[in-house]
Design a protein around this ligand. Structure first.
Ligand SMILES: Cc1cc2nc3c(=O)[nH]c(=O)nc-3n(C[C@H](O)[C@H](O)[C@H](O)COP(=O)(O)O)c2cc1C
Length: 161
């Protein structure tokens, strides 16, 4: 697949197969994540591989759609508010690199924002000075949904003088 085909075919997955995804594969895609742009080379991302006990405590209502792997991805705060914001942006780029690298090999993700809630931060053991960018189910899709319609980009472009 070309990069544009990978981007356009990627979907959020809400039904996973039970087939395992091993840490070697995950590490390769996370490594691709690290090539994300990040201002001042802060490399703000941190990854937690969520084990079964923590996963149960998180008590996600759909249990991450039975994804075989669950990851939490965090972004470290910077020295200033602006740096913290830039770090979140960089970590989002990291996440999407990971998503697309996995998708190229037929593995999908479900992105949950549940990690931001204080209770879930505590369950994950997140320290002060970190934002939780998401908790991710990762696995082979059992079902791939139709694309959700997007507003044409022409409606979002303004030409400045
Ligand atoms: C920051 C962020 C948080 C998200 N949190 C959730 C979530 O909590 N639950 C959920 O069902 N989807 C979540 N999503 C996934 C979006 O709902 C999904 O990307 C969107 O519906 C478009 O679908 P697509 O990814 O298949 O194109 C999140 C996406 C992002 C970028």
């Amino acid at each position: 697949m070309s990069i544009i085909e990978i981007i356009n075919s990627r979907r959020t997955i809400k039904k996973f197969k039970s087939d395992p995804v091993n840490m070697e594969q995950i590490s390769k895609w996370l490594e691709a994540g690290t090539m994300a742009p990040n201002h001042k080379m802060t490399e703000p991302w941190e990854v937690y591989v969520v084990g079964p006990e923590t996963r149960e405590k998180l008590n996600h209502k759909a249990n991450f759609f039975n994804a075989p792997v669950v990851l939490a991805i965090l972004s470290k705060h910077g020295a200033t508010q602006i740096e913290t914001e830039e770090n979140v942006i960089a970590t989002a780029c990291f996440v999407q690199n990971f998503n697309l690298a996995a998708w190229e090999e037929g593995v999908g993700t479900f992105w949950s924002s549940m990690g931001g809630a204080q209770k879930n931060r505590e369950i994950l053991g997140v320290q002060d000075g970190y934002d939780v960018i998401g908790v991710f189910g990762v696995g082979y899709p059992e079902e791939i949904s139709e694309p959700k319609e997007r507003t044409p980009i022409q409606d979002k472009i303004q030409h400045l003088s």
